[in-house]
Design a protein around this ligand. Structure first.
Ligand SMILES: [Mn+2]
Length: 257
């Protein structure tokens, strides 16, 4: 069995499908963890959500801050006037909302939102004697204040910090795998804008960061050297896989929709 992790797909459904082809993913034998942020910025967030929801036999999806913002948005049931000021609207959610409003039926929308609410904040996995803790952004803190803990898990950055699990009773051998922070911001300052994004796998700190900034794929203004990619890591042997912009994915450079 192969175990793969992918994160921060951000609506790049065509790149996501190209990745499954590249890794020759086989749902009968393999397992895929999607470490949150399926949605927003990219053009096909609903397609990504549907794929993850409909293939739960072999795809486990975790909560990301973008799913978390979407849930808050619908929970707060805010009026049209205030819509534009909601954090979700200012963070790539406009296209996702438009898709949910106009591209799917009410029944499908309710199913998707109902499912997203149930997403876990972390998962543990073990392969070849190695233990992994998977989350979107930060290990679940468990202070007893549920909302605070959930918010921390999807927003707080682990970048620049040692693996926080080691000080928290998980032992010294557990390896953290997370997305959320584009990997260039892990160690380079200022980041070299011409270098492609790479997975950051530092065995010393037992921390693997896999967000290679797929949200910017095809954005000529913010990624003029075409360095953003969708990344995937196979936990069995740490093989890394990358997918760039796909032909049939018409990426809009403007965030307006
Ligand atoms: Mn995120």
């Amino acid at each position: 069995m192969n175990i793969y992790c992918i994160s921060d797909i951000h609506g790049r459904f065509d790149e996501f499908m190209a990745m499954l082809e590249l890794i020759q993913f086989d749902g009968k034998q393999d397992k895929l963890y999607v470490l949150g942020d399926m949605i927003d910025w990219g053009p096909k967030s609903v397609e990504v959500m549907r794929y993850c929801m409909e293939n739960q036999d072999y795809v486990t999806t975790l909560m990301g801050n973008h799913e978390w913002m979407m849930i808050q948005f619908f929970k707060e049931a805010i009026t049209d006037v205030r819509n534009n000021y909601h954090p979700w609207m200012r963070n790539g959610g406009k296209k996702t909302l438009a898709q949910l409003n106009y591209k799917v039926t009410r029944v499908v929308r309710q199913r998707l939102l109902g499912w997203v609410k149930t997403l876990p904040y972390f998962e543990e996995a073990e392969i070849n004697g190695r233990k992994f803790y998977l989350c979107h952004s930060y290990p679940y803190t468990d202070t007893g204040r549920k909302e605070h803990d959930e918010e921390t898990a999807v927003w707080r950055r682990v970048a620049g910090e040692e693996n926080p699990l080691h000080a928290n009773g998980y032992g010294n051998d557990i390896i953290l795998v997370a997305g959320h922070t584009p990997t260039k911001y892990e160690y380079y300052f200022p980041p070299d804008e011409k270098e492609p994004y790479l997975i950051s796998n530092t065995s010393a700190s037992q921390k693997i960061m896999i967000d290679c900034c797929a949200k910017l794929i095809g954005n000529q203004k913010l990624d003029k050297y075409d360095t953003a990619r969708l990344a995937c890591i196979r936990l069995n042997d740490y093989e890394e896989f990358y997918v760039g912009k796909q032909q049939n994915n018409k990426t809009e450079t403007s965030s307006a929709l």
